[in-house]
Write a protein that binds this ligand. Sequence first.
Ligand code: AMP
Ligand code: MN
Ligand code: MN
Ligand code: MN
Length: 286
Amino acid sequence: MNFAPGSIDLHSHSTASDGGLSPTALINRAVNAGVHVLALTDHDTTDGLFEARQAANSCGLKLINGVEISVRWQKRTLHIVGLGVDTASESLCAGLKILQSIRIDRAERINARLEKAGLQDALEKAMLIAQDGQVTRTHFAQALVEAGRCKDMKQAFKRYLSAGKPGYVSAEWAPMEDAIGWIHSAGGVAVLAHPMLYNMSAAWRQRMLAAFTETGGDAVEICCGSSNAQQIQQSAKEAVTHGLLGSAGSDFHHPEQRWIKLGGLAPLPASVTPVWTHPRLATLLQ
Ligand code: AMP
Ligand code: MN
Ligand code: MN
Ligand code: MN
């Protein structure tokens, strides 16, 4: 199964989590960007998929049901994307419910810490921005910018929301085996997201890929919106070593983040077997 480079994008966000566009606006933007196959992969929720499906049907885009699950592994946070999931799966729904309550609990603790750092009503502000979507650190970052405490989101993460900073709290997200188990019982394919974005040494990355493979993971993202040519080559090598399929996803959030576009990704290196050849996705894409 061949797709023109840039026409398939298997990682994106909407207002159901920390994306800036509604599912409908996201789909329309993807079509205008020349994307034929898009996965909507919001953080710990599939709530955007119903609206996205209606929009995709009306404009002929192939939508893959997705979700990006927050995972705690070796005291680190990892993201595992599920592709081709059945949103009615009881196991997946129950798992996501747990993560959503962890998000609320963590948001209350972030609020208390930001209050100590002098930002009043941070949770209220973040929830107003998040509206019906999952509350994420991105919304706290936006609240910090709107309150004039930081000049942009990047600075808000750097000064307040990254590990070790005044507004950071760690959370006990899902164990890796649970996340992969929920995705598989929902009929989906488990993809380790953006392996180069975890601030890990190469040795730790090998440990992570080995654990992911042993736990039943299927694929790893190789072409991300943030990856350079050297990272793509390195990730491709690692995917082959660990026997993982390769995925391509921009991780698009906001049109204002002009350096990350929908689609437009580099082609997967020829050494890698594309994740869309996995039987589950191949069936969906027929
Ligand atoms: P959370 O899952 O609530 O901890 O939020 C994680 C999200 O925050 C990621 O998916 C990114 O969208 C965003 N994020 C993390 N680090 C940064 C950063 N340094 N700059 C901008 N956004 C970030
Ligand atoms: Mn995000
Ligand atoms: Mn992520
Ligand atoms: Mn993402």
